[in-house]
Write a protein that binds this ligand. Structure first.
Ligand SMILES: NC(=O)c1ccc[n+]([C@@H]2O[C@H](COP(=O)([O-])OP(=O)(O)OC[C@H]3O[C@@H](n4cnc5c(N)ncnc54)[C@H](O)[C@@H]3O)[C@@H](O)[C@H]2O)c1
Length: 260
């Protein structure tokens, strides 16, 4: 029998590739995005997040098997903080009750290798405190500071999300309810999000200095989709709070032995 997957960010890039892969395999996918999706909602707003839960409940008859929180923004703006952290957590927490009827419930979110970059500590602390108003105020200050400070927002959202997954995966709500909760941290993937970064040879060389990918380099979203599909499948019953780097090696090059 097919499973029901909710994929946010399903209109483009990694989310779209994952939706297509799951559908090719005969699974039912409810696609969510701000446009061009089964459910069109804006995950940067509280109203959009409420509507997400209402509409997924209606579409699924109140029972789903997996949550794939893929939607994200990489602009140096406060909206990126709203979508990547609070929108993603609201997706995971808001849809979690709908997993209760599944024989093999699964949940994951897409972080990034950019979570390894130095964060803005003040913004990180507001994410950890789950204070959206203060986080967005801090992100607005970073945005107003121009490219250098605005550029800290994205990596900080992804670090905060990875930490949230680590801190929650083993709790009663997730592991205690039989739900593996994990993250995926891609390196550079060919999607509209990275189009400007990889358009020219010079740009590609510059970005690969920051994100070294010795194993097969920049890749297509389908490769990430295979991992997302496995993590959200029945076969994954024991991964708990792992952030799986699918990054051509940037994590091992940047962090080396320091994770042990
Ligand atoms: N492309 C990469 O190199 C890369 C690397 C690391 C992590 N990621 C992460 O992977 C995820 C997917 O990114 P992608 O590369 O496929 O980008 P993408 O821009 O192709 O897709 C992102 C999708 O999220 C949707 N989205 C953005 N804001 C939204 C909102 N407010 N409400 C609802 N949906 C919204 C967009 O409409 C879009 O369809 C993101 O979380 C991104 O941060 C991407």
């Amino acid at each position: 029998m097919s499973r029901t997957y909710v994929v946010t960010g399903a209109a483009s890039g990694i989310g779209k590739a994952t939706k297509e892969l799951l559908e090719e395999r005969g699974e039912k996918v409810i696609g969510v995005d701000i446009h061009d999706a089964d459910i069109a909602v804006d995950l940067s707003t509280e109203a959009g997040r409420r509507e997400l839960v209402e509409q997924v409940s209606a579409h699924s008859g109140g029972r789903i098997d997996a949550i794939l929180a893929v939607a994200g923004l990489a602009t140096p703006t406060a909206t990126t903080a709203a979508v990547n952290f609070f929108g993603t957590i609201a997706t995971l927490e808001g849809l979690r009750p709908l997993l209760a009827g599944s024989a093999a419930p699964r949940a994951l979110a897409v972080t990034s290798m950019a979570s390894l970059f130095p964060p803005d500590d003040e913004l990180l602390a507001e994410f950890a405190a789950d204070n959206e108003e203060a986080a967005l105020a801090r992100a607005a200050v970073l945005e107003a500071g121009g490219a250098e400070t605005g550029g800290l927002i994205y990596g900080t959202t992804k670090r905060a999300l990875a930490l949230w997954i680590r801190r929650n995966a083993a709790t009663a709500n997730w592991a205690g309810a039989g739900i593996p909760l994990n993250g995926v941290a891609p390196g550079i993937v060919v999607t509209p999000m990275t189009a400007d970064l990889i358009q020219t040879t010079e740009a590609r060389e510059a970005i690969l200095q920051m994100v070294p990918m010795p194993l097969n380099g920049i890749f297509e979203p389908r490769s990430a989709a295979y991992l997302l599909a496995w993590l959200s499948s029945e076969e994954n019953a024991h991964l708990c709070g792992q952030i799986v780097f699918i990054d051509g090696g940037s994590d091992v090059v940047i962090r080396g032995d320091s994770t042990w």
